[in-house]
Design a binder for this molecule. Sequence first.
Ligand code: F0G
Length: 459
Amino acid sequence: MPFRTIIEPFRIHSVEPLRMSTPQHRKKAIAEAGYNLFALHSDDVMIDLLTDSGTGAMSRDQWAGIQRGDESYAGSPSFYRFADSVRDLFPFRHVIPTHQGRAAEKILFSAIAGPGKAVPNNTHFDTTRANVEATGAEAIDLPCAEAADPAAAHPFKGNMDVAALDVLLRKRAADVPVVFVTITNNSGGGQPVSLANLRAVREVCTRHGVPLFLDACRFAENAWFIREREAGQHGRSVRDIVRDIAALADGMTMSAKKDGLANIGGWLAMNDDDWAARCRNLLILTEGFTTYGGLAGRDLEAIAQGLREVVHHDYLQYRIRSTAYLGEALTRLDIPIVQPTGGHAVYLDARALLPHIPPLRYPGQALAVALYEAGGVRGCEIGTVMFGRQPDGSERPAALDLVRLAIPRRTYTQSHIDYVIEVCADVAARAAALPGYRIIEQAPALRHFTARFEPLPAQ
Ligand code: F0G
């Protein structure tokens, strides 16, 4: 390629307005929201980097699919197009649609976990952990050692600690219904897992007779990293790499709101007939019949087409490059981020940027609030607010205190990101003056969604 600029591989076809606002307006809005960014009206947000989940732009062909959606209660052709599209990448015997990823988790863990059981994962996402724990089982994170150091530039920091998995399964294989690997490792910084690591995990699982499942939300981004970074993978097609990943697993949970390029949806897939029968029975209780699982036929069409688009190399090159663009600019400004830049997000290291705020005063929350007040940029704390509360109600610092700036797919342009970079620089220059927070109201589980906070007086 003779030119350096990697352009968006699309033109804009329909636009939605961004509401401009002032710092004064935003300070009032966030105070009214109890300093919880989830409680804001999104009209009061200018650049919304809260999540990459369901917030992307659909393509012309996905909107065309929406029109083709067939809303038959049972056996809709939209279901068969969806299932074929899933199986083209993940050829599991049973494909069970759900309304989003956590519904797949809830159904699977209700069917196979429970008191006394343990589910290891490289790192559980918050809903995954909560759904494991809701059955009375234990959720165990086994990230590789490099994951603990935000500054370490390891190419596959999402990897699982295979030796630790082996130790766990030697002791407790009978308690472990399934081993999970999350690709990419969202809570660990959007970092990829290598094919070599997945093969090693598979080998340990096979040796102990335990099935391996993928939490595959960002499978295409993970596969692109494998293609770019793993020895022997360069130049391969992403579709083939995804199929290699799928061949190592016995099943998966999926949120189609990420690499399904859809606004809603998910699925559960597996090879085991008995587990699938149990899951389908639970599906009918809460989600719907087995050929729609809580989705409209048109949603199934959007996912079917999204899965065809997400493995395009032009798309993935643009996607990963545009996230790296933000990460590289922040690094040049000496703003600490999790290195290397992840696939769907840049993670600011709030603990390093705000050393005057101890973890139990929530440096991630402090930074997220400051970014919103300064520029209307909404990120998401991933740290002690999200993970600090223990099942017994006590509190301890999370491994890291991060603020995630998640990039919705195909939604913001480079000038939006240039603006985000300026806002980050402004807040970083004033970091030492930012206050910590305390929680004044919280729910017993997943408290970060609804907690109310109060700023502490400056030290
Ligand atoms: N697993 C991972 C790794 C996720 O990132 C998510 C969602 C889920 C499971 C659950 O999927 O939202 O469809 O129910 N992550 C979003 C995020 C919410 O912002 O990272 P869901």
